[in-house]
Structure formats: C-alpha cells, structure tokens
Design a protein around this ligand. Structure first.
Ligand code: C2E
Ligand code: MG
Ligand code: MG
Ligand code: MG
Length: 287
C-alpha cells in the first residue's frame, strides 16, 4: 500500500486490477482476430409503424460470439473497439453486411449505429460512400444512429461530419434520447432527421403519471421541431398505446420482435398479418 499525496487516503495494491487489464487485453486481441476473420455477425430488429404495426424498417445490431467464451454483449465489445482503434473496421463491416442484406429487402429501410470514433478517420465519409456504391443502395433508405456524446463534446466537428453524410443523401437520427443529458438545445441546433427515445424512458412509463407526462412533453417538443420520433424498448401493449397517442410514428422493442437473423426477418415479412392483428387488437382496446 502507499499513501496518496498525504491526503490520508490509501491506495491498496489489488491483484484483481492486473487480472482485469489482462483479460481486457485478451478480449481486444480476440476481437481484432474476429473482425479480421469476418466473424462479426449482424442481426436485425423490426421497427414498426406506430398505427398499423406494419414492418417499415430494421435496425442492424452487431453480434460477436467469442471463440471459447460464447456471446459477448455489444455494450462490452463496442467500447473496447472504440478505445482500441477497431471501431472503423467493425463499423464498416457491419455497414457493408447490412447494405448487402438490404438489397434483398426492397420494401424496408435500415438504420445502422455509428460511433463518434469513426469520424476521427478523415476518410470515413469516403469509405461510407464507397460502401453504398458497392452495394448499390440508395442512401435515402438508410438512417445513421448516433448518441449525443459526440454532439456535446465536439459540436463543430459533429456538424461538419453530419453535413457531409447528409450530402450523400443519408439521414441522421439521435439515438438514446433521455438516457443522458438530452438537452433540447442541440436537438434544435443540429436538426436531426429522427429522434429515438431511450428504452429507460419508455420503461419508466410503467411507473405512472409523471413519467407519462414527461414522455408526452418530450415527443411534443420533437414534433414541434418537425422531428419524427421512434420509441425503443417497447415491451408491453400498454407502453405501445401510450407512445402511439403521445405521437411517436415508429415503435421498436421486444413486443414486435427481438433482433433476429435475416431469415427470420424474411419470414416475418411473409406473414404481415401477425403484426397487424396486434395493432387491431390494441385499437379495439382503445389505443
Ligand atoms: P442501441 O443502438 O440503442 O440499440 C438498441 C438496444 O436495445 C439493442 O441492444 C437491442 O437489442 C435492445 N432492445 C431492443 N428492444 C428492446 C426491448 O424491448 N427490451 C430490452 N430490454 N432491450 C431492447 P444490443 O443489441 O445489445 O446493443 C446495445 C448497444 O450497442 C446499441 O444500443 C448500440 O449503442 C451498440 N451497438 C450495437 N451494434 C452496434 C454497431 O454495429 N455499431 C455501433 N457503433 N454500436 C453498436
Ligand atoms: Mg441504435
Ligand atoms: Mg438506442
Ligand atoms: Mg444504446
């Protein structure tokens, strides 16, 4: 142990710290290999129209099954990719897979998550443009989802990046609104094409009145700025009803489908009545 600057606090040597660092390093090595071997997979979560529950879009989500360990959550491996310089490669690999897939689904739109770290590469926008050309996908069908951190930390650079991506025809959504600071100032300033309400806010609806009012105010504000709203993490019919009435035009969550394989999405498209029946039931129930 050693005394910390004479302020009376003690830092204790903890062997677990080394272990943690080591296992993190090993995970980084494994992730690098997995990307190089093309082992990162993409699953697709349904996004439905809030009124009809028709499938309108899918969100691409990265999946990694680590050899000898099993599945690793993106909440674990995405941050590792971000701090180890792997996010550029990972991001482009997800984008190109998802665009190739979208080529088989002419009636759907797609959203793909983008990390701030990807903008650090000055060639990022060129790589994105090339990926679209290769897949022959119209950029207007694709929304890039970004969280607020980048817009708060480097607003100037974020604006430049956003303008360049938009000039390709892409749309930009603000992801996870309500999970962090979520100041409305930059919502107006950046003019996002869509806002996604974080699932923590959606799930707070079950806790009653105040939460419902907060959510209604948030959606109303976005709409007054002309920004359409998707709600994430919708798990119950009650949540779906509240969100639809509040003015969300799109819903996403386990109620409509988990992230799933391309084959499962294709199967879902073959039986659209299943989702529509659910919508009709809700309308009957007063939604
Ligand atoms: P996100 O972009 O906000 O994605 C939504 C997350 O919520 C997904 O978690 C999804 O599986 C989960 N989710 C959807 N509906 C429900 C629900 O009804 N209940 C609950 N409990 N969860 C629901 P996932 O796939 O684990 O991804 C976590 C995060 O990792 C994503 O959050 C995104 O920020 C990041 N991520 C995933 N794939 C990528 C990627 O390819 N690139 C980047 N940069 N980030 C990614
Ligand atoms: Mg997202
Ligand atoms: Mg989100
Ligand atoms: Mg998220």
């Amino acid at each position: 142990s050693s005394k910390d600057g004479g302020r009376g606090r003690w830092t204790v040597y903890d062997p677990r710290m080394d272990e943690e660092r080591q296992s993190r390093n090993q995970m980084e090595i494994d992730l690098r290999e997995a990307i190089a071997r093309g082992e990162i997979e993409v699953v697709y979560q349904p996004v439905v129209d809030a009124k009809t529950f028709a499938l309108v879009s899918v969100e691409a989500l990265a999946r990694w099954t680590r050899r000898g360990h099993g599945p690793v959550s993106p909440d674990v491996f995405i941050p590792i990719a971000e701090t180890s310089g792997l996010i550029d490669q990972l991001g482009l690999c997800v984008l190109s897979q998802a665009l190739r897939q979208l080529g088989h689904w002419p009636e759907l739109k797609l959203s793909v998550n983008v990390s701030p770290g990807q903008f650090r590469d000055p060639a990022f926008v060129d790589h994105v443009a090339a990926t679209f050309e290769e897949a022959r996908i119209e950029p207007g069908r694709v929304v890039l989802e970004m969280t607020e951190t980048y817009f708060i930390q480097s607003p100037e650079r974020a604006r430049l990046a956003m303008d360049r991506l938009r000039s390709l025809g892409l749309r930009i959504a603000l992801d996870d609104f309500g999970a962090g600071f979520s100041s409305v100032g930059y919502l107006r300033q950046f003019g996002f094409d869509r806002m996604k309400i974080d699932r923590s806010l959606v799930q707070s609806l079950d806790r009653g009145h105040r939460a419902v009012e907060m959510l209604q105010a948030t959606v109303a504000l976005a709409r007054s700025l002309g920004i359409p709203v998707t709600a994430e993490g919708v798990e119950t019919e009650q949540q779906a009803v509240i969100l639809r009435i509040a003015g969300c035009d799109q819903l996403q969550g386990y109620l409509f489908g988990r992230p799933q394989s391309p084959d499962e999405i294709a199967a879902l498209m073959l039986r659209p009545m299943e989702l529509r029946a659910k919508a009709a039931e809700l309308a009957f129930a007063g939604g």
